[in-house]
Design a protein around this ligand. Sequence first.
Ligand code: RTP
Length: 155
Amino acid sequence: LIASLEQVDQTYIMVKPDGVQRGLVGEIISRFEKKGFKLTGLKLFQCSKELAEEHYKDLKQKSFFPKLIDYITSGPVVCMAWEGVGVVASARKLIGATDPLQAEPGTIRGDLAVQTGRNVVHGSDSPENGKREIALWFKEGEVCDWTPVQSPWLR
Ligand code: RTP
């Protein structure tokens, strides 16, 4: 009916171990669903130290890196791939600032988190990193491309 002229992107969203432990998985998934994005990958997963280090390799020199790796590997995470127009930037807005103290109310971190080191969710920071991170966290065949039967207004 209506073809979108905008670029469709993919982003990697992850509920971090604190989000899983606190029972926030459904709430977090719900925010992306309600916004109008399409879920293309989803799994509960205990990640290795090696995978966490690869994911956060750009932060290797930071003083908080060892603490970050301990945090991310401390329990299962929920890995998600989401698709949609402008999904990378839009997801970052829904998530809110890295430091929950700076995150606006209405954002996931603004509503649900208190500390930077326990900020419940991750979202890719560029379309390139979205693709890279989805390939890193999901095996071939785990990401599912499907066509919604309704709602040409959103997708
Ligand atoms: P994310 O990758 O998790 O979506 O976070 P981000 O882009 O908002 O933030 P980034 O600077 O890439 O940092 C990645 C994660 O590292 C932890 N962190 N701890 N000072 C600290 O203790 C500190 N700074 C960052 C956070 O969990 C942050 O989300």
